[in-house]
Design a protein around this ligand. Sequence first.
Ligand SMILES: Nc1ncnc2c1ncn2[C@@H]1O[C@H](COP(=O)(O)OP(=O)(O)OP(=O)(O)O)[C@@H](O)[C@H]1O
Ligand SMILES: [Mg+2]
Length: 272
Amino acid sequence: MISVKNISYTYMTGTPFEKTALKNISFDVAEGEVLAVAGHTGSGKSTLIQIVAGLIDLQIGAVEIDNLPVADKKIRRLVGIVFQYPEHQLFEETVERDIAFGPKNFGLDDAEISARVEEAMRQVGLPAELKNVSPFELSGGQRRRVAIAGILALKPKYLILDEPTAGLDPLAKENLLKEIFGVIKKSGVTIILVSHNMEDIARFANRVVVLAQGKILFVGTPRELFAQEEILSRAGLEPPPITQLLRKLNIDENILSLDEAEKFILKNWRKV
Ligand SMILES: Nc1ncnc2c1ncn2[C@@H]1O[C@H](COP(=O)(O)OP(=O)(O)OP(=O)(O)O)[C@@H](O)[C@H]1O
Ligand SMILES: [Mg+2]
């Protein structure tokens, strides 16, 4: 379990640029869940997940991962983080070497490393033939997959993804999400997903934390969130497009996905 207790964080304290990015944030992440973090740009999402991953030092409050304080070096092996635009950090000559980089640093033996590279490539839907290709010859979507595979090859118990599909075209985005959440969820990994996309949150998250100006505005299920218009408008968020459309038609069932809409329409088509 990840437990975040009363954390606050200020950048550049004591300078004219001082900026409080997080104020008194508390929540837990249970094992096996997909917890989304949503909020307007600048609301503190990236600051929060970097603190949870131990990449930014705590100022106020505490983060515990499996009962270890986040500053404990042992948590490095428990938590994997995929930054926004992670493909910018690829640097090795081949896909295989890039994915193997982290596992090598963990000191794993060669057989284990190559098994992990193969498995991670499968998990993100990269064909094995691409192993010896330079990442720089790949498409943007494929490079993104290589970067994500490099984190999966570490087999983290907790996986943090900061806008994993930002900047991809709709098809690449859809495929990547299906792969991430289909294959990886089966492996039981716990996920913290930062996303601006309410449709993705509705489809994949069990719970969602909404941040606004560094404070928690809401914690609950996506279904609860999308029923609360006032919270959404205070956070600068909108329900998924299908939900908005049906509400405009005065169908006020809390329908969150195309699948639910299809079922509803088939059942009620005479009335619609
Ligand atoms: N390194 C930094 N130095 C100073 N201020 C920063 C720094 N990083 C972030 N901030 C400020 O802290 C606040 C929260 O930023 P953060 O990046 O956590 O937001 P975010 O929710 O991830 O935004 P986005 O959706 O744009 O990625 C913002 O006001 C931002 O300008
Ligand atoms: Mg961010």
